[in-house]
Design a protein around this ligand. Structure first.
Ligand code: CA
Ligand code: CA
Ligand code: CA
Ligand code: CA
Length: 321
């Protein structure tokens, strides 16, 4: 019996050690950047150096074939850790995660029956950071005859959360072109929800699922994650002419009018300058001319941030009450 308890304790402490061994990259110190252009980062297959603060998983049995990755929220950290180094061509058909030493080096994911939901997890410490902005490129690097509808999702998990939360503005319906084409690049640019701010442990997951038919390799490249302290007008990726903001009375009632229609869900948020979320509206179908009222009449006079996130990017501006 004693032996059994000793074994249990050993198991528990091993589990704890394992978890704490991960390096949560401190964004307060400096921006996180990874372009994979150093082709000597990986020194062994299936090993992700702790200094990367990224681990790739095969996601074995995490999703059924053809599922949409935004619906897969289960943790995948018990699935196989995977990276195969030094690929030179995209004709490789082994599913999982590859390091490609091509003209612009990158890591890339390929779904398959065994790699049912390949993904990478980025480990972050956001203490001292109010606005976490995340940018990366999804690159079709697969110029073979293979062609699939290769969906991609971005998700987050905070602290001891057991499941991930999906970020609709970062969802991609198909990151690939083809057959016989590898030109498509999709730029993702989102600011994380406020619950990801000021946390010791934030896990970001970029995931695809084994698609119907022969999957295509998609690179996850030029990853940049940084503190965007004011989320100011200079950092927008949407055209300011897509919106008309009007202050309809001095009590802090504003109208936000959409001057174009947006596909999928749009989020409209108001934050104070400390990053606290005051208004969080999710708009299912934003259509041209639609008006959303924002009521700050119960708030103190001051400067607020209006942030609109769509699948096409972010629009952000200041509101003064
Ligand atoms: Ca690169
Ligand atoms: Ca290499
Ligand atoms: Ca392709
Ligand atoms: Ca497939």
């Amino acid at each position: 019996m004693k032996k059994f308890y000793a074994f249990l304790i050993a198991l528990i402490s091993f589990g704890t050690m394992n978890a704490s061994a991960q390096t949560y990259y401190s964004l307060a110190e400096k921006p996180f950047k990874q372009d994979w252009n150093d082709t000597s980062l990986f020194t062994a297959d299936n090993t992700w150096p702790a200094t990367l603060s990224i681990i790739g998983y095969k996601g074995d049995r995490l999703a059924r074939s053809g599922a949409s990755p935004d619906t897969i929220l289960k943790d995948g950290s018990k699935t196989t850790i995977n990276i195969t180094r030094n690929y030179k061509v995209s004709s490789i058909t082994t599913g999982g995660i590859g390091e490609f030493e091509i003209a612009d080096p990158t890591i890339a994911l390929l779904g398959s029956s065994s790699a049912s939901a390949p993904h990478i997890v980025i480990y972050l410490n956001t203490v001292g950071v109010n606005f976490v902005r995340v940018k990366y490129k999804l690159r079709d690097i697969d110029g073979t005859i293979d062609t699939a509808t290769q969906k991609y999702a971005l998700q987050y998990k905070v602290g001891t959360d057991s499941v991930y939360t999906n970020i609709p503005a970062a969802f991609v319906e198909d990151a690939t072109s083809g057959p016989n084409d590898s030109s498509k690049v999709t730029q993702i640019d989102v600011i994380l929800p406020n619950e990801c701010s000021n946390k010791e442990k934030v896990e970001l997951r970029i995931l695809t699922v084994n698609a119907a038919g022969a999957d295509e390799w998609v690179g996850i490249d030029d990853i940049e994650i940084f503190n965007d302290p004011t989320a100011s007008v200079s950092s927008v990726s949407l055209n300011k002419n897509d919106f008309r903001i009007s202050n309809i009375n001095s009590n802090g009632i504003f109208n936000v009018q959409f001057l174009k229609s947006f596909e999928r869900e749009v989020s409209l948020q108001i934050l104070d300058m400390s990053g606290k979320l005051i208004v969080n509206n999710r708009i299912k179908n934003a259509i041209t001319s639609q008006v959303e009222k924002v009521d700050l009449s119960n708030q103190q006079n001051g400067v607020y941030i209006l942030r609109i996130q769509t699948k096409d990017g972010i629009y952000s501006t200041k509101l003064v009450k």
